[in-house]
Design a protein around this ligand. Structure first.
Ligand code: SAM
Length: 167
């Protein structure tokens, strides 16, 4: 993938009240695993861990944002629940493939994806999500819908999807 494609989405944080609404919209339950692909400073994941008691994984390409996210997680004593990786979300490290053996942080383990990206990067993600997510995984996408997928609801520009129903 070209570098310019990697950086298609600039940082823009989701406010905690919106993060809360996203997580409520997909009914996150205690102990579920929530991923944020392009997690920025970790706002969504911090709400997911603190208020919804979820286990969280964030992947973020910008080292400075990763540093801030890890600091925020540490300040709140959430290191046991929130793991932040500094990487490209398209890195094969995070996508399980048959025969590769178990990858503990593969996106295939997600119960929920909470995303704030854009149409272009979502279009690039579609083949991976279709191939790797397990049936029943829910997606809350803030601001941007997935072209060609049927959403299960749209509340305050939060688009809801479920593998097996929407795609
Ligand atoms: C709109 S911000 C959302 C941040 C966070 N999810 C939130 O809602 O607060 C999008 C984030 O995606 C990150 N990003 C963009 N392209 C990426 C890529 N290829 N791999 C990992 N992160 C990426 C950006 O650096 C930015 O922090």
């Amino acid at each position: 993938m070209e570098t310019k494609e990697k950086l298609l989405v600039p940082y823009h944080p989701t406010p905690p009240e919106m993060a809360r609404e996203m997580l409520r919209a997909v009914n996150v339950r205690p102990g579920e695993t929530v991923y944020d692909l392009g997690c920025g400073e970790g706002n969504i994941l911090i709400v997911a861990a603190e208020e919804f008691k979820a286990n969280c994984v964030g992947i973020e390409i910008d080292e400075k944002l990763v540093e801030v996210a890890r600091e925020k997680v540490k300040e709140r004593g959430l290191e046991g629940r929130v793991k932040i990786f500094c990487d490209d979300i398209f890195s094969s490290e995070y996508w399980a493939h048959e025969g590769d053996g178990e990858k503990p942080y593969a996106v295939a383990n997600a119960d929920v994806l909470a995303l704030y990206l854009n149409h272009r990067i979502q279009e690039l993600l579609i083949p991976k999500l279709v191939k790797e997510l397990k049936t029943g995984t829910r997606i809350a996408s803030y601001e941007f819908f997935f072209r060609g997928w049927e959403d299960l609801g749209d509340i305050n520009r939060i688009f809801i999807y479920e593998k097996g129903k929407s795609f």
